[in-house]
Design a protein around this ligand. Structure first.
Ligand code: WTA
Length: 677
């Protein structure tokens, strides 16, 4: 159960009623080649061996200086891992591979237009480009260790180059998803205090060159409104020397990256030896209030965790060609396109565009051509590919040994298509549950150790010890199948360190709910509360039921209902707005928007359109609502709270439950008829 004021969301409403499925086992060939097939790992990572068990991950990296304290809890719940250690993430993802893998592909970039050939960036080439970029950032843009820089770039190889260049200097990068609006980018620039914005002129989406630079101008303006001055905008060009945007460059502020790099051609800069617990990056994510949270991730802990989980759970070997179809602008891309795979010297594939462009055979042509053998995507994409080209995978000659799903629950039926048709009945699948905050996986099967069970994420990964609590902090019996709030009992190295500039919010949101003693420096007193409901089956597998807060997971993209509502409220004719999640066949969940107008205004089709475009400009197209309903009044409690639960039931065609205690029960039937006809 979750309470939001008077609005009670019951287990039944959040639960997904899938039956327990039968196990499927990994093939012998998979097990024989797997990085981790030793069941003792769970003992090694047991609470008895905590926190030193995580040396196993940290030892996968190269350190300038070894840590003296594995876990420092003195500033609980801001955990510090590998204290005393000195490390550099760029060195670990690039330089250290040169000896063995200099001419091996680090990144293979596939442009969206099929007429353009793919670009192979070897480890040597990555090394050269990261060095030049780092020097440009340092000597031209004036960035120094500890400075923040906002990067608003789509999928281009320059994006990981810029990230690794920042990491080389200890500059903290904050990558904003390219599809986010200029406004959303500007707010993140302001919150992080960035005075440099790195952006791009344009990129391809569904065959069209989109103007991206236009968003930079808006972002800089918005940041200025918040009091944050941006003095340099560095523009990467999709084609060097050929500016793709209609938007003018502003003299003295905007610079083309390809032109500035010329001065640093062939030059090198040593990676800075940084404390393990220094921040590597910020990644903004949505929460209960409108203001996005800058999740701060460390260098040593984060990199250890994503490297360890990439090796054992993604089963990445240096010989593998690994393709994660996420965008680097999300945490999945940071951890499992850039940092994890590159730390392991793998080949990581990046695709610029839309998976179904020009047709739904595209991903399979890419996989066939590049010899991809590990594939990673979200259930939404699987549903989309299944709908638009159910037989396409069969037409191409590719073979995945391993596949991942991430970001939302995957229905058993969709899972089975993934397994049978994309995986050709031989690939091992892992369903990985985790969050922006957690840096890496929390629950998943170990692909060579556990059977797969469609519709369930699996047990906790090594070193993660969940408990399910009820609202009052009682432990729900293990394996009982009873829903509650899943929490993690112990810290782990991948966990974010704090919310940038807002430690109170960090403590409140993630730890206050189940903290046993707020003055304690024992980690045992601070269970981590991720905000998801879950059940655990008798076999120990967890099934994630969804968010218990005001977050909607649209096609695997995390949006706060409050952010959407405040976007609507920029329209002056509106009196109120309420956003609820609606189940969608393809995207999992999509927002339905309910608005009421001020007495002096009247409902109109134009107003509906205005709401949609307000959301697109304030947040981005990914947040576009399914429906905009203009209602005479919102269903409210007597204390005046909008009953979003009732609106959600109407949108989803389910029973509205008891509404007799509402202040205005009659409006419910009116809205129901309007929505359901
Ligand atoms: C949801 C994405 C079910 C969950 C990595 C979580 C999932 C939120 C799964 C985090 C999964 C993620 N099964 N639900 N395998 N993975 N979620 O921060 O609600 O974008 O809290 O991180 O996505 O979304 P975020």
């Amino acid at each position: 159960m979750s309470n939001r004021g008077n609005e009670t969301v019951t287990e039944a409403q959040i639960a997904v009623h899938w039956q327990e499925e039968k196990y499927l086992y990994p093939s012998d060939e998979f097990v024989a080649q797997a990085n981790m097939s030793d069941a003792d790992i769970y003992e090694r990572f047991g609470l008895d061996n905590f926190p030193d068990c995580f040396h196993e991950y940290a030892d996968m990296l190269s350190w300038y200086k070894r840590w003296h304290t594995t876990l420092d809890t003195s500033d609980a719940p801001c955990w510090k891992w590998f204290v005393g250690g000195k490390i550099n993430a760029s060195y670990n993802c690039v330089d250290r591979h040169l000896e063995a893998y200099r001419n091996k592909a680090a990144i293979i970039y596939v442009p969206e237009p099929e007429s353009e050939s793919h670009e192979v960036v070897t480890y040597q080439e990555l090394y050269v480009r990261v060095n030049e970029m780092a020097l440009m950032l340092r000597d031209f843009a004036g960035l120094d260790t500890g400075d923040r820089v906002t990067i608003h770039m789509p999928m281009t190889p320059d994006l990981p180059v810029v990230m690794l260049a920042c990491a080389r200097l200890g500059v903290i990068h904050s990558v904003v998803f390219g599809g986010f609006s200029g406004k959303a980018c500007g707010e993140r620039i302001a919150d992080s205090g960035s005075r440099v914005l790195i952006t791009m002129d344009g990129y391809y989406r569904s065959g069209k060159m989109l103007d991206h630079k236009v968003k930079a101008d808006e972002a800089v303006q918005i940041a200025a409104d918040y009091g944050q001055h941006v003095d340099k905008v560095l523009v990467v060009r999709r084609y060097a020397g050929q500016y793709q945007s209609e938007t003018p460059m502003i003299k003295g502020r905007d610079y083309f990256v390809d032109e500035q790099l010329a001065a640093f051609c062939g030059k090198r800069v040593d990676p800075v030896e940084l404390p393990a617990e220094a921040p590597l990056f910020l990644m903004y994510t949505s929460g209960t209030t409108g203001r996005p949270k800058g999740c701060q991730h460390s260098i040593g802990g984060y990199l250890s965790y994503v490297t360890g989980t990439s090796k054992y759970i993604q089963d990445i070997h240096p010989e593998d060609v690994y393709w994660c179809m996420a965008d680097i602008g999300w945490i999945t891309g940071h951890s499992y396109i850039v940092y994890g795979p590159l730390a392991l010297a793998a080949t990581s594939v990046m695709y610029e565009g839309v998976p179904t462009f020009p047709d739904s055979g595209r991903p399979w042509r890419i996989a066939e051509r590049l010899g991809v053998n590990i594939f990673h995507t979200a259930p939404t994409t699987v549903r989309m590919l299944r709908k638009s080209g159910p037989d396409e995978p069969k037409k191409y000659n590719f073979e995945f040994k391993h596949m991942t799903t991430v970001g939302e629950p995957i229905e058993p039926e969709v899972w089975r298509w993934y397994y049978d048709v994309i995986g050709k009945g031989t690939a091992s699948i892992v369903d990985t549950w985790w969050q922006t905050e957690t840096g890496g996986f929390l629950c998943s099967t170990m692909p060579a150790l556990h059977p797969m069970k469609p519709g369930s994420a699996g047990p906790a990964v090594p070193g993660i010890h969940p408990t399910i609590f009820d609202e009052d902090g009682n432990t729900v019996e293990e394996g009982s199948g009873v829903a509650g709030n899943i929490c993690i009992q112990n810290p782990w190295p991948g966990a974010f360190q704090t919310i940038w500039g807002d430690r109170d919010r960090y403590v409140q949101t993630y730890y206050a709910k189940y903290c046993r003693d707020s003055s304690s420096t024992n980690w045992q007193d601070w269970p981590y509360f991720p905000g998801d409901a879950a059940t655990q089956a008798p076999d120990g597998y967890y099934r994630i039921l969804g968010r218990v807060d005001d977050v909607i997971n649209v096609a695997g993209h995390r949006l706060g209902t409050k952010e959407l509502e405040s976007a609507c409220m920029t329209i002056s004719e509106l009196a109120e707005a309420a956003v609820v999640p609606v189940t969608d066949d393809l995207k999992g969940k999509v927002p339905d928007v309910y608005v009421s107008v001020r007495p002096e205004s009247s409902p109109s089709k134009n107003l509906e359109t205005a709401v949609t475009s307000a959301i697109e400009t304030e947040i981005g197209k990914i947040a576009r609502p399914k429906n905009v309903w203009i209602v005479p009044d919102m269903p409210k409690t007597r204390s005046g709270k909008i009953m979003r639960r009732v609106l959600a039931s109407i949108s989803n065609g389910s029973d509205v439950g008891d509404i007799t205690t509402l202040a205005n029960p009659e409006v419910v039937e009116h809205i129901r008829q309007m929505v359901q006809g």
